[in-house]
Design a protein around this ligand. Sequence first.
Ligand code: SF4
Length: 286
Amino acid sequence: MDRASGERGYCRAGPHPAIATAIPHFGEEPPLVTAGGAGTIFFSRCNLRCVYCQNHQISQGDLGNEIVPEDLADKMLELQELECANIEPVSPSHHLPGLLESLANAVEKGLRLPVVYNTNGYENPETLDLLEGIVDVYVPDLKYSSPDAASRYSDARDYVSVAREAVLKMHAQVGNLVVDIHGGAVRGLIVRHLVLPEGNAGTRDTLLWIKDNLPATVTISLMAQYSPLHRSREFPPLDRAVTAAEYEEAVDLAWDLGFENVFVQDVESQTAGIPDFGSSRPFNWD
Ligand code: SF4
């Protein structure tokens, strides 16, 4: 696919990065939000089509603007000036050339923050090779454990094998999570898993896979924040939120399997982090 000559692929991205917003974010896991919050940069478009995407306005809609790498580098420096703890590109994989150019430019101009790569996990190995030595902290999803669920809900039947291979490669690059004296992430891996209604995320099999393939000390973020957004009402039982009982079962399983570092969420706060990218302040916690 030659995007520079105007072609568009599955993600519909153009030749330059496109972003919806670049803001301090306080809704991420605690090691990502020390100091002035995570320095999030929300990229437009996505290489998946999750039917429940809470960022659907930018991932599958048209919100966001193209930005040349020099200007994106300046955005990173603005986040650093705001005392953000890191630079966290969110869903950037389909904009990798522009992201790498922006990071290089920002470092030349004085960027010193850790780079946190927030990804749905659907990454090919060659992409991760390009990121080695540049990304300090990987925050990938492991969304499913069955090809049927991955196909039905995210339009990617091969998601499970691709994401699992990617997570292993990320861990080989950066290892377990390391934090500084303030508790801020400086290096390592946080694996995210969003619990879906009626076990549709394959939580048990995902946790068993992690146990068999990564150390018990790996950091896991078990997320309770599923809300029936976007097209989820067409896909019952995804047309309802996760119950407290469903989420507690997932948390209990993680403890029973012996994981030592698990971030958990309050089920009551399920709607707190739902953004509106049509607003000048997309998140409602400030
Ligand atoms: S991978 Fe994330 S950003 Fe992309 S469509 Fe799925 S939920 Fe949305």
